[in-house]
Design a protein around this ligand. Sequence first.
Ligand code: ADP
Ligand code: ADP
Length: 232
Amino acid sequence: MIHLKNIRKTYESPGRVSHALDGVDLHIRQGEVFGIIGRSGAGKSTLIRMLNLLERPTQGEVRVKGEDITRFSDARLRQYRQGVGMVFQHFNLLRSRTVIDNVCFPLRLAGMARRAQLERAHEVLALVGLSEHAGKYPRQLSGGQQQRVGIARALANRPELLLCDEATSALDPETTQSILRLLLDINKRLGLTIVLITHGMDVIRAVCDRVAVIDAGRIVESGDVLDVFLHP
Ligand code: ADP
Ligand code: ADP
C-alpha cells in the first residue's frame, strides 16, 4: 500500500546540515499494524510525517497505491489527507469545544453538512465507547478518554490509514493497554492500516504485525515483530 523509496530529509541551519532521514526504504502493507521504534531523535516523527506530507522529503518518493504523493497538486493532496487520520501524544483537542464538536471539526473542514457531521461523529464516538460523553468538555475527561476522543476525531473522515504519533506515551500503563486494545479492535473491525511510532518495545509487542527499527535516520532492522525481537 505504501512504499517509501530512498527517503532523505535534510535540515539546514547556518553552518550545520543534519540528515533526519538518510536513505529510508520501507514497505507498509494494506491492513497491517506497522510499528516504527527508535530512541529520541532517531527520526521517527520525521518519518511518520512523510506519510501525510506534514514534512516533505528532500529526496525520494512516497508511493501510496502506486502514486507518488509528493507530486500531487495541492487539491489532490488535500483530498489524500482526508483519508489519513492522525493521533497525537498530547491529544491536541480544542479545549473550548465539546467532545462532539472536536470530532466534527475535521468533517467541517471537509465541507460536510452539519447534520451529517453529527451523525458521523456519534457513530465514531460509539466506536471508541464515549457516546455518553459527547456533550462534555475535554477537561472533564480522563487522559485515556481524551485520547479516545482524539482517535474518534482521527476516524471521522473514515480514513484508510491511521498514523499514531506516540499515542500512548502520555498515559499510564493500564490506560496504555486499553488504548492499544482499542487500536487493535479498530484495525480488525474497520480493516484500516495503522502506522505507529513509539519508543516502547511493549507497545510494539502488544499490537504490531511488523516493525522497523530506526537509528540516526536509517532503518537498521525490519520485519515481523516475532523475528525482529528475540523471545524472552
Ligand atoms: P524522533 O521522533 O525519533 O525523536 P525526529 O524525527 O523528531 O526524531 O528528529 C530527527 C532528527 O532531526 C533530530 O536530530 C532532530 O533534532 C532533527 N530535526 C527534526 N525536526 C527538525 C527541524 N524542524 N529542524 C531541524 N532539525 C530537526
Ligand atoms: P457499514 O457498511 O454499516 O458502514 P462497516 O462494517 O463498514 O459497516 O463499519 C462498521 C461501523 O464503522 C459503521 O458504523 C461504519 O459507519 C463505521 N466505519 C466504517 N469504516 C470506518 C472508518 N474508516 N472510520 C470510521 N468509522 C468507520
